[in-house]
Design a protein around this ligand. Sequence first.
Ligand SMILES: C[S@@+](CC[C@H](N)C(=O)[O-])C[C@H]1O[C@@H](n2cnc3c(N)ncnc32)[C@H](O)[C@@H]1O
Length: 268
Amino acid sequence: MSEFDIYENLTRFREPLIRRIIESLVISPDSKGIDVGCGIGRITNLLYSEKNLNKDLIGLDLSYDKIQYAKKYSKYTNIKFVQGDVNKLNFKSNSFDWIWSMDTIWIGPKESGCPAEKPDKILNELNKILIPGGKLYLAFWSSQKLLPGYPLLEARLNSTISANTPYLNDMNPNNHILCVKKWLKDANFKDIKVKSFVGDIAGSLSENDKKAVSTFFEMLWNNSEREVSKKDWDKFNELCSSESDKFILNDPNYYGFYIYTLFNGTKI
Ligand SMILES: C[S@@+](CC[C@H](N)C(=O)[O-])C[C@H]1O[C@@H](n2cnc3c(N)ncnc32)[C@H](O)[C@@H]1O
């Protein structure tokens, strides 16, 4: 699978959950919004169609290739995809009624692909481009249970640095994504709210769903080898490798889940 096929498959897999999150957003059809860190633009398209938008919607991403891909496959001419950096937004103050950003404002080392090592400047940039009364929505993958029947192995895999990237041992606790309420308060937002949404993963899984969950296994645990025992590592490979005859996702009774957490605040 190419990199873009993987992104497509991950978006398709998460789509029912993403639709439920989008349904909860307070966004009117004639509002002007921006998707910060839009990636391949699929979720930008969903925002546009699900909210019946009729004004320009901006999709912004640092990656030139993703922006080109998003432009090529977008369904709506009102969506304008632009390359840009969330740290230096080239928009006038008070430009947008709302901002949506999913899995992008991860705080941590630049080498891990994070946009910043502290959230404050980015939150201030986002605040600046919103109109007073405008809404900031920040959504993050926040948790998961993917190894039914193996809670202790899963707990040990989850205790590794790889599974908690980009959070590091010596990091300021406030930089963790579950502390976004504090980021919003410090950036002077009001009416700060948070809600989590659960995505069920229930067998029998299609081949595409198995590929998506395998991508989650890889993203979380593929670099955990040095931090767990050989016995745990062998068991992980036995359960999570698609070539293994014990591949856990082949079980028709498989059940797991993942959680996205949505934070929002209103500009004063
Ligand atoms: C994990 S992807 C999420 C994509 C999409 N929002 C989604 O949920 O499928 C994170 C995205 O943030 C983008 N990104 C990383 N640093 C950025 C920055 N400084 N400014 C804008 N986008 C950035 C990456 O290129 C990537 O497309």
